[in-house]
Design a protein around this ligand. Sequence first.
Ligand code: FAD
Length: 509
Amino acid sequence: MPEEPAQQVFDLVVVGGGPGGYPAAIRAAQLGLRTALVEKERAGGVCLNWGCIPTKAMLRSADVLETMRDGAEYGVLADNVRLDYPAVLERKDRVVKGLTDGVASLLKANGVTVVDGHARFVGPRTVEVVATGEAPLGEGGPRYNAPPAPDGRPQARLEGNNVIVATGSTPVLLPIPGIDLPGVVTSDGAFLLAEVPRRIVIIGASAVGAEWATMFNAFGSEVTMVELLPTLLPAEDEDMGRTLARSFARRGIKVQTGRTVTGIARPDTRRKKGAAPALRVTVADPDGQHPEQVEADVVLVGVGRRPNTGGLDLDRAGVATDQRGWVEVDDQLRTNVPGVYAIGDVTGKVLLAHVASHQGLVAAAVMAGHEERMDYKAVPAATFTHPEVASVGLTEAAARSAGHDVVVGRFPFSALGRAQTYGSTEGLVKVVAERRYGEVLGVHIIGPGASDLIPEGVKALRLEATLNDIADTIHAHPTLGEGTMEAAMVALGLPVHTAPPRRSAAGRR
Ligand code: FAD
C-alpha cells in the first residue's frame, strides 16, 4: 500500500491561483496567516494565461499593424507592412511568461507555500492534492480545466482553518447542431490556431467575441459576428453597442445583431485543391426565419461560461451552489460552510479579473478579522476592441427603469483636441446622472483610451460625485480625459466645445 501523505495544517488554503486566488494568498500572508495555494496549471489563472493578458498582447499587435498601415496619414511611410502571425504568438507567450513568472516570485517573496496539482475536498476544510490529468484540448492547450489524473494518488493533504475556492470558470459550447465539428472553437481553442483564419464566424458579441473580432479583422480575416440581442456588447449602454457596430461595419466586420446561429455543417469533406473544407454556418432570426448561409474556416463561440468545479468534490465539503452550479457567497465571500470562502468567477457574480482580485483581498481581510464587505456599485468593465469601450454604473436605460429622473451628457471624441492629434476620433463619452442633485449614476466611454479613462468615472460613483464635481475639476490639456469633463458640462447644459443646447439640462447650482 502506498503511504498516505501527512496532513499539513495552514491558516488558509487557497484553491486556484488566478487573479482571485493569488492576491488573496498574498494579502492573507501579509496579514500574518500561514497560507498555502494549490494551482494545477500556472499562477495567473485564465486571466494571465488564456484571457485578459494574451488577448491584449495580440490586440496590441493588431494595433501596431493598423497604425503602420495608416502611417502615410501621419507622414510616416513604410513599405511592405505585413503580419508575421507566429511572431505575434511568440510575443504573446513572452508577455504571459514574464507576468506569470512575476506572480510566482511574488507568492514566494510573501512566504506563500505553493503546491502544484489538482485539489479536491475530502472534508469541510481539508483538500487532497493529486496529479492533474490530460489537457482537454491536447498538448499545449489550457490545463486550468483539466480533470484530476484518473489514477492520481494523493501527493499532499492540506487542512486549512480557512479555505478559499478560487477555481474560476470554463467555456461552454452552445447547444447548436454541429457545434462539435472540428473548426469550432472557444476562446481557449482560438489561441491554438496556427494561422489566421481566412473566414471566421464569431458567435456572441460580448467582450470576448468582440475582442477576437477586432483582432482577426485587423489581421485580415473576413469576420462575421452574430449576436442574438439587438446590439453589440449587450451589457453596455446602447449608445456604446450602436457606435461599435458602426465602427465594425466601417472596418469591414459583418455584424448580424438580433440573429442566431441555428446550425453548423461541413457539407463537403473532400478537399478541393489547396483549400480546407469549409464550415457552412446557418444564421437566422431567433424564430428560424430568414436563414442565410455563411462559409467559414473557423467558428468561434465567444459566449457562455460555467463554474470550474469539476473534480473539486464540493459536496464532500458540503458547499452549496445555486441551480447553475455557481458557489453561493454573501457580501463577505463566505459560503454556507464556516471557514470556507469563494471568490472570482466561480461565484458567478461578475466574471472579471479585477472583481476576482478585489473579492480575494476582501476575503483575506475578513478572515484576518477585518470588517470589510463587497460593494458592486462601482465595478468598471473594459472591452479592448478598436475603438475601446469602458463603463461603470448604470446605463441610461437602467437608470430610467430604476425610476431616476435622468439627465445625460454626450461628448464626441471628434471635438477633442487630443483625439484629433492622436488621429483617433471615433466614439464619445456619455455621462448619466440624476437631474435633481446631478449625482453621477454611470459613465460610458467608447473611443481612444477608454479603459484608462474609466477610473475617473469609478471614483465619481464611489465618492457620489455630481456633474458639477466633474465639470469643475481642472483636467490637463490636451488630454483624452477632458472628454469626461466636457460630457458633464453638456449634461449641465453648459458645453464649451460643442454646440449650445436648445434648453438647459441639469442646471448648475
Ligand atoms: P481563473 O483565472 O479561472 O483562475 C482559476 C485558477 O484555478 C486556474 O489557474 C486553475 O488552473 C486553478 N484551478 C481550478 N481548479 C483547480 C483545482 N481543482 N485545483 C487546483 N487548481 C485549480 N477579465 C477582465 O477583467 N479583463 C479582461 O480583459 C478579460 N479578458 C478576458 C479574455 C478572455 C479570452 C477570457 C476567457 C476571459 C477574460 N476575462 C477578462 C475574464 C477573466 O479572465 C476572469 O474573470 C478571471 O480570470 C477570473 O479569475 P479567477 O481567479 O476567478 O479564476
